[in-house]
Write a protein of this length. Sequence first.
Lengths: 375, 256
Amino acid sequence: MNAALSCNDTPDDTLAITLSGDWMLANSLPKLDPVLERLSTTPKPFAVRFEATALGDWDTGLVAALVAIRRGADTNDVLLDDSGLPDGARQLVALAFAVKEREGARRLKTHSGFLEGVGDKTLRVLERSRDLLTFVGELVLSFGRLIRGKATYLRSDLVQYIQEAGAEALPIVSLISFLIGMIFAFVGVMQLSNFGAGIYTADLVAVAMVREMAPIMTAIIMAGRTGAAYAAQIGTMKVNEEVDALTTLGMHPIDFLVTPRVIALIVMMPLLTMYGSLMGILGGAAVGLAMLDVSLVQYTSQTINSVGLNSLLGGLFKSVVYGSLVAMAGCQQGMACGNSAMAVGESTTRAVVMGIILIVLSAAVLTVIYINLGI
Amino acid sequence: MQQDDAHIVAEDITIAYGDFVVQRDLNFTVNRGDVFIIMGGSGCGKSTLLKVMIGLKEPSTGEIYYDGAPFWMSDKASQEGTKRKFGTLFQSGALWSSMTLAENIGLALKQYTSLSDAEIREVAAYKLMLVGLAGFEDYYPNEISGGMKKRAGLARAMALDPDILFFDEPSAGLDPISAKLLDDLILELRDSLGTTIVVVTHELASIFSIGNNSVFLDADAKTQLANGNPLSLRDDHPNDVVRSFLRRGVPEASAA
C-alpha cells in the first residue's frame, strides 16, 4: 500500500496528521508541503499530533519526514505531541535531536562571482609560485649539505631511484624516439624530395632529434612516468605521517626524500636523451633508406656531418635542465600534498601538468638563448 | 622513583590554524617519570597539541620548556638537539614503507651514532625483541599487521633511548588485548628506563590504568578544563564536562 499523509484541523486547535501505508524509502513518499505550510500560516495550531493506526512498514523515509515536521513545528513554536507514533520512530526522532547542532558547523553555500573566482585563482597562482621558489631555495640548501657530507640519505635509495628513472624507462623512450624519428623522416622525404634534396632528410632528423626532440620528448615521458611517481610516493608518505616521523628525528625530509630523487633524474636524463637521439636517428634511417635512393654509407656520413659537438652538448644541457625541473615539480607537489587519498591524486596530476609547463617554458627560453649564442 | 621535578612545562600555549583558534591558554607541567595524558573529545586539538610539543607545529603564542630551556624561541640547531631526545609513536605507526623494520630503527642510529652497521642491526634486533617482534628484522611494514606496526613504530621511537616518549592514540585500531599489552609496555618503559611519557588518547581504560597526570582539552571552550591525576579528576573535579567524560557520560549516582 502506498504511503499517504493528510492533515486536518481539529476543534481543539490541534493539527492532526494522519499517516497511512508503507513509508519506505523505496516507495514514493508524499510531499510534506501541506503540513509545513499549515504550520507556518496564521492562525497557527496550538499543537500537532499524529494518527498512525493505518501506518504499515516504515524506515528512514518516515523518520526523515517526522524530523522535517518537527523542525517545522519548532521554528513556528508549535507543540509536538508524538504519542501517536510507533515507539521506534519516536525514539529515532528523539535521537536525531539529542545532540544539539554545533554552532557554526553548518556550511553556508556561498556563491562567488566570476571576478572573485578569477581573483582567487590568480592569488593562488602567486602563492604556488612562491611555494615553488621556497622549495627551490630549500633544495639548494640541501645540496649544500650534501656537498659538505652532512645530508642523510640512503645510498640504496639513490641506486633504486637511478634504476627506476633510468634503465626502467628505456623501453618507452626507445619506442617514442624511434617513432618520432620515423615521423620526421617521412615529413623530410616528402618535402625535400620536391627539391631533389631528399638526402638532407638525414640532417633534418639528426639535428631535430639531437637538439630539440630527444630532450623534450624524453622529458615529457619522464614527467608522466617519474615526476608523477615522485609526487605520489612522497605524497603518500606525507599522508602516512612518514615525513613527520623523519622531521621529529631531526632529519631534513628534503635531504632524505627529495635530493636523491632529483639527483637520480639529473644524472639519468642526459643518458636517456642520448639514447633517445640514437633511436630517433635509427628510426629516421629506416624510413630514409627505404624511401630514398641513397646507400647506407651515404646516409650515415650525411648524418655524422650534420651534428656538431655544439648541438649535442646543447641538447644534453637542455635535458639536464628539463630533468631537474621535472624532478622538482614532482617532489614539490609531493611535499605540498594534503592529508587524504584525494590530495595524493591531485598532487600527482599537478606534478605532471607543472612538469610539462616548466619543460615547455624553459625550452622556449633556452632556444632563444641558443640562437643568440649561435649554438 | 617518582622524582617530582618539572620535565616539560607548557606556558600560555595558543594553537591556531590561520585565524581559526584550536586551543588557547594551555598551561601544564609534566614531571619527570610521569605518564601524562592529553585527553578530550574528538576534534578538540589533542593531536595538534602533540604536534606543538614534538616540534612539528609552531604555537601562535606561548612557549614549551624542556628541562627549563625554551624550545620554540631557541635557534634551529638547539631545537634539533632537543628533538633528538624525543621518541614519537605516530597514530598509524608511520614506518618508512621502503625500509625493513631493522632499517627503520637503524636510521636514527646511523645518523646520530658512530656504530657500525652490524652493531646497529644488533641494537635494532634488541629493540624489536623489547616490543615482542623478535625475528621480524627483515620484514617490510606492509607485510605485518596494524598492531605489529604500532609496536614496530614504538621500537623505532625508542631507538635513541629517548628521555621523552610521545604517543599519538596508541590504542586506536587495536583490539583490547593488544591495547592492554601496549599499555603494560608503556608502564614498563617508564619504570625501567625512567622515561617521561606523553600520551594522546581518549580511551578511558588506558587513561586510568597508565596515567598519573593529565590535561583535559575541551572543543567548545577551546581551552583546558582540568589538569591533574585522571582518577581524582573523575571523582572530585568541579566541572561537569570533565567528570562526565571520565565516566563515559554515566551520572555519578549510578557510576559507583
